[in-house]
Ligand binder design. Structure first.
Ligand code: SF4
Length: 346
């Protein structure tokens, strides 16, 4: 391997390759309106899906180029039958300091313990509402009870810190900020409010539906009193804040206050396409060279070279656009499922 993990590859803005999000499936058992508002999609062909062994091999190459954090995503990652095997293989890689998953929680109650035993470190559950009728409208499925059971199982299974992600949409769930904070306190989970993003797949997005970080903070200050920012810095997407009673929460303000300048994240799809930005329209095929026998050193050299040429800052460019509308039109999404957020792991 040409590079040790303590010397990460740097891109054109000096950003290190550190965080790798690996989508293990593009399938999902919910149909959230901000991500997958349609019932049916053009799915990635099954034979192209990376095997657990291939995922582990590519992760090893990425760690040789600097990656030290891995988050498993989907679609819904718990739909992947081999998930415990994938977790076990990644947990055995000593260069991965943080192994986490983002899940919608529907299948978590049944799998939390197995995943813990396999070596999974942290869990983030998407939870946009606490109201069953609203959950059914947002996700088009009646599964809130199972999600809540999943959160309880993750807590009982010792996943800590447990995080809850809520995408806030105007007129849909923006009146639930305090309810979600209170739920987070009861479950000892940190709530993170996410601005509605206009990424591929968000075909219902409009600027009017975005509830900004400023609005979120002001609503919480009105309810709880002063909101104090925690001075943390770093590359984490969430800015964290403290309420007067000590409760900490996060805001991910990708739409109104992008954090591209500190972005060390890239995404690997379930079929081995590597995307350098959530908004990238083209990816790098790593499955091809992997299956045609490229050595780890060759793959590492390719990944390092691509990262060094990286100049992506998609959210900043979107912010600078006038008349900002849907990022990728539906016809284009149907032609290329790689443009979908659910394919590249959000
Ligand atoms: S838009 Fe792209 S560069 Fe900016 S933070 Fe997101 S993934 Fe990183």
């Amino acid at each position: 391997m040409p590079l040790p993990s303590d010397s990460p590859a740097l891109d054109t803005f000096g950003r290190a390759l550190r965080s790798l999000r690996i989508s293990v499936t593009d399938r999902c058992n919910l149909r959230c309106r901000y991500c997958m508002p349609l019932e049916d999609y053009a799915w990635l062909p099954g034979e192209q899906t990376l095997s657990p062994e291939e995922i582990a091999r590519l992760a090893e190459v990425f760690t040789a180029v600097g990656a030290n954090r891995v988050r498993l995503t989907g679609g819904e990652p718990l739909l992947r039958r081999e998930l415990p095997d994938i977790v076990r293989r990644l947990a055995a890689n000593p260069a991965i300091e943080d192994l986490a998953i983002t899940t919608n929680g529907v299948l978590l109650a049944a799998q939390a313990q197995t995943l813990r035993e396999a070596g999974l470190g942290r869990v983030t559950v998407s939870l946009d509402t606490l109201r069953p009728d609203r959950f059914a409208v947002i996700t088009r499925r009646d599964e809130l009870d199972r999600v809540l059971e999943g959160i309880a199982a993750a807590r009982a299974g010792g996943f800590s810190p447990l995080k809850l992600d809520a995408v806030i949409m105007r007129g849909v769930n923006d009146d639930e900020l305090p309810d979600l904070i209170e739920f987070g306190k009861r479950t000892q989970a940190e709530v993170r409010f996410i601005e509605y993003m206009d990424v591929g797949g968000a075909i219902e997005w409009s600027p009017q539906r975005v509830v900004s970080r400023a609005e979120i903070l002001s609503a919480l200050a009105a309810r709880y009193g002063s909101v104090t920012p925690l001075a943390e810095g770093g590359s984490a997407p969430a800015e964290r804040f403290r309420l007067p009673d000590g409760t900490v929460f996060g805001v991910i303000a990708s739409t109104t206050t992008p954090f591209c300048r500190a972005c060390d994240r890239s995404r690997l799809t379930a079929d081995g396409m590597w995307f350098l930005c959530l908004y990238a329209t083209h990816g790098v095929d790593l499955r091809g060279p992997l299956r045609s026998g490229a050595t780890a050193a060759e793959l590492a050299a390719q990944i390092a070279a691509v990262w060094r040429a990286r100049a992506d800052r998609g959210a900043e460019l979107r912010l600078a656009q006038r008349d900002r509308g849907v990022f990728v039109p539906l016809e284009q999404l149907r032609r290329d499922p790689h443009l979908e957020m659910h394919t590249r792991g959000g």
